[in-house]
Design a protein around this ligand. Structure first.
Ligand code: IMP
Ligand code: MG
Length: 188
């Protein structure tokens, strides 16, 4: 039996379909291409949630003649499941030298804001000249740290979502769409 039906939750209410995501990513690429012409552009993805979004973003950038260096940082604030622990730590560091670079920090979702604000300081401390931020999703209702992203794909209500890189306990990242997770116990 697949884990999809074993667990006491289910994936329903598809919020964004693959074509909707593709169209929005293309629009974000246009915005970034207009703003971020730099001979020292570095795209930093926050692992693991950003991998699919970043892959689509940088392919779009290539079509606009952009040739960024690309690296990843693993930032962890979640112990697993639905609950954030509050502190962010670097679990895997970047390798690319970002000294004097114009960076675009890419994450899957802006939730409490802890990860993104940590990531901005982290890149500035490493000598980045500028740091712009890009998240596919934004849940402004959940914000704890005052931070906003320069480029946001979609603003969503306070629901837990998976797919297109986003996970629930490391599952569902492969889904080509974005859907809401419902806990069956919570439905009563
Ligand atoms: P923040 O530090 O609270 O803003 O959290 C950002 C991180 O929390 C993201 O990179 C995600 O990994 C995770 N996260 C927040 N909301 C969701 C969600 O609805 N689904 C999956 N992961 C989420
Ligand atoms: Mg993440």
């Amino acid at each position: 039996m697949s884990r999809y039906v074993m667990e006491a939750h289910h994936i329903d209410h598809h919020l964004f379909t693959p074509p909707q995501i593709r169209r929005r990513v293309d629009e974000l690429v246009l915005e970034i291409a207009r703003d971020c012409q730099s001979d020292n552009l570095v795209i930093i993805g926050v692992l693991r949630g950003s991998f699919m979004f970043l892959a689509d973003l940088v392919r779009g950038m290539n079509q606009h003649g952009m040739h960024p260096r690309i690296d990843f940082v693993t930032l962890e604030s979640y112990a697993g499941g639905f609950v954030s622990t509050g502190t962010v730590r670097v679990a895997k560091d970047i390798t690319v030298d970002v000294t004097d670079a114009d960076c675009v920090l890419v994450d899957d979702i802006l939730d409490t804001g802890r990860t993104l604000s940590f990531g901005i300081s982290y890149l500035l401390e490493r000598g980045a000249r500028s740091v712009k931020t890009c998240t596919l999703l934004d849940k402004p209702a959940r914000r704890v740290v005052e931070v906003s992203a320069d480029y946001v794909g979609f603003t969503i209500p306070d629901v837990f979502v998976v797919g297109y890189g986003l996970d629930y306990e490391h599952y569902y990242r492969e889904l080509p769409f974005i859907a809401e997770v419902t806990l069956l116990e919570e439905e009563g």
